[in-house]
Every structure is written in structure tokens, then in C-alpha cells.
Design a protein around this ligand. Structure first.
Ligand SMILES: [Zn+2]
Length: 429
């Protein structure tokens, strides 16, 4: 507990009310250096002696093998193994992602784990494979979304029948490109969203979604015969303004124009149709009680995994108590709260976004208590931080961060983009 005074090698070290302490002391110049900890209050004394292990100086004769804080090992770059000819493979291996009807294959502009997650492709998407390469310790394959755009996916995203049984870098697939023809687009406006329905022959097309402050762009790759589109659901719609298309030789780009910032969207492949579902912002029925009637998902982060503090305090335990308090506060304000967990039992990370999506929640909030790595002083580097993944989440992230700062008074670590897995599968801020 925090009621004892502590000294280490005779130097007084501050103790916080929860019993945490941190001292910055030199390593004693000694053959067998050690830290001698003495804790005492009015009635008790305790002593602990910790020998200090000093690692041997690194051998700098071979830089390829060095490991350390200042001398990083130089990984040997893997080279691209080209796949010649026409080999068309199918994405969305059942074992590689959480089992859900609208799970996706993530494609990136370059191989490796630090790359932007740019494309979210439907299971069953057929693409040409042009190469394989190892990066960040994982096997990646290079694909063509169409003749003008390459992307990279994990090899584990390929269907099993596309990987040669005798070589992990040989691939088996169709030699003929799939034919995908786009039909007449229709709009299906509803109270909570507007569906842009795009009928397509053949397997689902690769696609890219990009948001701006008043529009969403949907680009389909490797499609032909797309008709020119220009339509409005109804002239008086306060949110959805219009959709128009610009077909190119093997692509079509739909511009979905809105009267205000996008609130979220969901791309679905069902019955040979691409349904692009544009989420309407929630309607506020009572300005005096703006949350009344909304659905909000509260996600207490972890287990599995999570941080543990110096006193053994586990992140998963702390955020569950915070989450239950948030649930009660929201319920008092008339919110329909969806909890991703209410017990210490583990909940799969991928399932948390699915729970929120199936409830059609208006917002998804994941609560975490981050830790710093060893060697970083948490008494100096603490603060509040709000992370988002989708651009349409920025307004909620900025408002959440401002409220956290006002309530907790900690350092402002910002509202920032991060490639957070728990938020990628959501179609709400
Ligand atoms: Zn966490």
C-alpha cells in the first residue's frame, strides 16, 4: 500500500497512494551490483535485495547479427518471386478471418505489416496473382485489382485450392479473367440508410471507398459496360443528395454526394449485387435529451491480452468497471446500450465490431488503459488519447478527447488515426 516510505540504496524514492513507485538510480559501480530496497511505516519494515544483471557489451564485429537499442539488426530483404502468365485466384480463405457474413480480405499498397489497409475485399473476389514475397515475417502475394492497379494480401487469404501442395510460392488458378458486367444501379432509400444497389455478373469486383467531407467515392475495378448514372433518391432528402457515375474502360467510379459529412457506410455482396449502404446520421428527437433512443456499443477492451501496471492492476479489469459505469450513465440518458462483454471472460477482438454492426449501433466506443514499455517514465508521459480508424469517426473522436481532457485534466495526447483492429469492422463512428 502507499503508506510506507521507501529508500533504494539509501536514496528516498516517492511512493504513490496506490503503492506504485519509481526511482531513477545509477547502477552501482560494483562487481556484484544490487538494489537494496527498504520500505517502512510506523509499525513495519520490509527489505528486498535485487541483484542487477548487466548484459555483456555487444559484439560489433558482425553488424548483420546485432540486436540492441541503438544497433538494430539489418534484416535481409526478401525478393519478389514472380508468378508468370495468367493465374486467377479467389480471396477470402474461411480460416483466415473471423467467421461473419461480411468479413473481408484486407489489401495494402505494399507488402508488410506497417502498410496502409486500403482495400477491404469481399470473400470470393477473383484477382490475378503476379508474385509472392515475404515481408515483416509474413508471406504476402501481389495481386492485380485490374490491369492498372496492384495490391498485396496475406497468402493465408487465398483459398486453399489456389496454393500448390508442393510449394508455398506456386499457385494454381483459372487462366481466364472473370467477366464482370455492371447493370443498372437503383436506390433504395430507408429511414436509417440509403442502399445504392449495383447488379454485377460474375464474382464480386475489387473495390475502393474514399471519403471526403461531403461525399463518398466508390470505385469498382475490372468491370465493363457500366451504364452512366445520375440520380437522386428524392429532391427533399436532407442527407443524401445524389449519385453519379463515370465509367472508364475497365472501371466505374460512383460519386455519392451528401448534404453533410458521411456518418458511415457498409459494402455488402449479396445475390450477385453489390449493395453500398450509406448510413444516415441519427435523428435527434428531443434536443434537451439528445442521446435518447440511440444505440451505443460500449466495448471494455481485453481480455485476451491487455496491459498490467506496476501494482499488478490489469487493464481488462479496470476498463470493465469503467465500461459498466459508462453503461449506467448512458442508460440514464435513454440510450440503448450494447455491451461487448460484462464479465472477465475473453471476447475475440474481431467479434466486438460484429456485435456492434449487427445491433446497428449509432456509435462504437472501445475503452482502454494503455501502458508504456519498460524504460519510459509513466509519471511524466501519461495523458489521454482518443484513436479512430475511419474518417467519419473524426468528429466523435475530437469531441470525446475534449470531454476526456475536461473531466480528467491529464496531458493532451490528441485524437489520432491509428490502424486499430477493433474499429475497422464498424460502419458507425
Ligand atoms: Zn488496451
Amino acid at each position: 500500500t502507499g503508506d510506507a516510505a521507501l529508500s533504494i540504496n539509501g536514496v528516498p524514492v516517492p511512493v504513490w497512494p496506490n503503492g506504485a513507485f519509481m526511482g531513477w538510480l545509477p547502477v552501482p559501480r560494483d562487481n556484484a551490483p544490487r538494489y537494496d530496497l527498504l520500505a517502512a511505516n510506523k509499525t513495519e519494515k520490509a527489505r528486498l535485495v535485487l541483484p542487477i544483471k548487466i548484459p555483456p557489451a555487444p559484439d560489433t564485429t558482425n553488424r548483420q547479427k546485432l540486436v540492441g537499442d541503438t544497433l538494430q539488426p539489418v534484416p535481409l530483404p526478401d525478393t519478389l518471386v514472380p508468378v508468370p502468365g495468367n493465374v486467377f485466384v479467389t480471396l477470402g480463405a474461411p480460416a483466415s478471418t473471423v467467421n461473419d457474413t461480411d468479413r473481408v480480405t484486407i489489401a495494402r499498397p505494399a507488402p508488410g505489416n506497417g502498410q496502409e489497409y486500403k482495400w477491404f475485399l469481399f470473400p470470393g473476389t477473383v484477382v490475378k496473382i503476379t508474385g509472392a514475397q515475404k515481408a515483416s515475417g509474413d508471406e504476402f502475394v501481389r495481386i492485380e485489382l485490374d490491369s492498372g492497379q496492384v495490391a498485396w494480401v496475406l497468402r493465408s487469404e487465398l483459398q486453399a485450392q489456389n496454393i500448390s501442395p508442393d510449394s508455398l510460392r506456386r499457385f494454381i488458378g483459372d487462366s481466364v479473367a472473370p467477366i464482370r458486367r455492371v447493370g443498372a444501379v437503383s436506390l433504395e432509400p430507408g429511414p436509417d440508410w440509403i442502399d445504392v444497389v449495383i447488379p454485377t455478373t460474375g464474382p464480386p469486383p475489387p473495390y475502393l471507398v474514399e471519403e471526403t467531407d461531403r461525399s463518398i467515392s466508390l470505385l469498382l475495378y475490372g468491370v465493363t459496360e457500366a451504364p452512366v448514372v445520375s440520380m437522386m433518391p428524392q429532391p427533399t432528402d436532407p442527407y443524401f443528395n445524389s449519385v453519379s457515375s463515370t465509367p472508364e474502360l475497365t472501371r466505374v467510379r460512383y460519386a455519392i454526394n451528401l448534404n453533410r459529412a458521411p456518418y458511415g457506410y457498409l459494402a455488402l455482396w449479396q445475390n450477385g449485387k453489390l449493395t453500398f449502404r450509406v448510413r444516415r446520421p441519427p435523428r435527434i428527437a428531443d434536443a434537451a435529451s439528445p442521446l435518447r433512443g440511440l444505440t451505443i456499443t460500449v466495448d471494455p477492451g481485453h481480455p485476451p491480452a491487455g496491459a498490467t501496471g506496476p501494482t499488478g492492476f490489469y487493464e481488462g479489469d479496470g476498463v470493465l468497471q469503467v465500461g459498466l459505469r459508462v453503461r449506467d450513465l448512458l442508460t440514464q440518458r435513454g440510450v440503448n446500450v450494447v455491451m461487448t462483454r460484462t464479465t472477465p471472460d475473453p471476447v475475440d477482438l474481431g467479434l466486438r465490431a460484429i456485435v456492434s454492426r449487427r445491433a446497428n449501433a449509432h456509435a462504437f466506443v472501445s475503452i482502454h488503459l494503455n501502458a508504456f514499455p519498460d524504460g519510459v517514465n509513466p509519471f511524466v508521459n501519461n495523458g489521454s488519447l482518443t484513436l479512430y480508424f475511419w474518417p467519419h469517426s473524426i468528429p466523435l473522436a475530437v469531441a470525446t478527447q475534449a470531454a476526456l481532457l475536461a473531466e480528467l485534466g491529464l496531458r493532451d495526447n490528441g485524437a489520432k488515426y491509428q490502424n486499430i483492429a477493433v474499429a475497422r469492422g464498424t460502419w458507425m463512428p
